[in-house]
Design a protein around this ligand. Structure first.
Ligand SMILES: Nc1nc2c(c(=O)[nH]1)N[C@H]1C(S)=C(S)[C@@H](COP(=O)(O)O)O[C@H]1N2
Ligand SMILES: [Mo]
Length: 211
C-alpha cells in the first residue's frame, strides 16, 4: 500500500479494486471480491466418467458426441481472465486451463446459417436443465474455454467441475457449470436466466444486465 492508501484507511481489497478501475478492467456497477463465491441453481451433480458425454448438435456439419476420454484428449490452453457476476461481484486474473471451444467448433463445423448457440449444462441431475444463449461470435473466440482446471488444480465440483464453460467477456451466467453440450441455432432463443429477464447478450462493460 502506498502512503495515501494508509492515510485513508483503504484495505487491500479497496486498493486492488481501484487499480482495476484505473486499468479499465472493473465494469460499471461491479466491485472486486477476493473470494470466489459459489452461485448456482440446483444441487451439484454427480460425475460418472463412464456415462458422461459432451454433445454438439443443431446446425453443424458434423454432430459430435465426445466421451470423457475424447474430450480430455483434445488440445488444451491456459487463459488468465476476469469474471463478472451480474449480482455485482468481479474476480480478476483467474488462471484457467481447458479445451479451447474453437477446438470443438472446428471439429463440429457450424453451418453458415448458424448465428447463435444454446449452451446446455446440468441443473442437478438434469444434464440439460441449465441453458444459456449467446451469439456464435461471442463463443467462437480464443479466450473461451471448456475449463478443467483453475489455478493449477482440477476444477472444484461446486464451481462446475469436472467441466464448465468460461466466457470471460460476458456476465458469468453465460459461463455454464457442468456443461454437457452446445446447440447451434439460426436465430437467438432465450435460455434459463434469459427467460427470467436477463439480457440476451450480457456485456458487463455495457451493463447489459436485464433485457
Ligand atoms: N449449470 C449452471 N451453471 C451456472 C449457473 C447455474 O445456476 N447452473 N449459474 C451461473 C451464474 S449466475 C454465475 S455467477 C456463475 C457462478 O460461478 P461460480 O459459482 O463458479 O462462481 O455460474 C453460472 N453458471
Ligand atoms: Mo451470476
Amino acid at each position: 500500500m502506498v502512503l495515501d492508501d494508509y492515510v485513508h484507511g483503504r484495505d487491500a481489497r479497496a486498493v486492488l479494486e481501484r487499480q482495476m478501475r484505473v486499468e479499465g478492467r472493473l465494469p460499471p456497477g461491479q466491485s472486486l471480491t477476493l473470494k470466489w463465491p459459489v452461485l448456482h441453481d440446483g444441487e451439484v451433480p454427480k460425475f460418472d466418467p463412464a456415462t458422461w458425454d459432451f454433445r454438439v448438435g443443431g446446425l453443424v456439419q458434423h454432430p459430435l458426441t465426445l466421451s470423457w476420454a475424447e474430450l480430455t484428449a483434445l488440445p488444451r490452453r491456459q487463459v488468465t481472465s476476469d469474471f463478472h457476476c451480474v449480482t455485482r461481484w468481479s474476480t480478476f486474473d483467474n488462471r484457467w486451463e481447458g479445451v479451447p471451444i474453437q477446438a470443438v467448433l472446428e471439429r463440429a463445423r457450424p453451418q453458415p446459417e448458424a448465428t447463435h448457440v444454446m449452451v446446455c449444462g446440468h441443473k442437478g441431475e438434469a444434464r440439460y436443465g441449465y441453458t444459456t444463449n449467446l451469439p456464435l461470435a461471442d463463443l467462437d473466440r480464443p479466450d473461451v474455454l471448456l475449463v478443467l482446471r483453475n489455478h493449477g488444480q482440477d476444477l472444484d465440483p461446486e464451481h462446475g467441475g469436472p467441466l464448465r464453460l468460461v466466457v470471460p467477456h460476458l456476465y458469468a451466467w453465460k459461463s455454464a457449470k457442468w456443461v454437457r453440450g452446445l446447440i447451434l441455432m439460426e436465430a437467438d432463443k432465450p435460455g434459463y436466466w434469459e427467460r427470467a429477464g436477463y439480457h440476451m447478450r450480457g456485456d458487463p462493460f455495457a451493463e447489459e444486465r436485464f433485457g
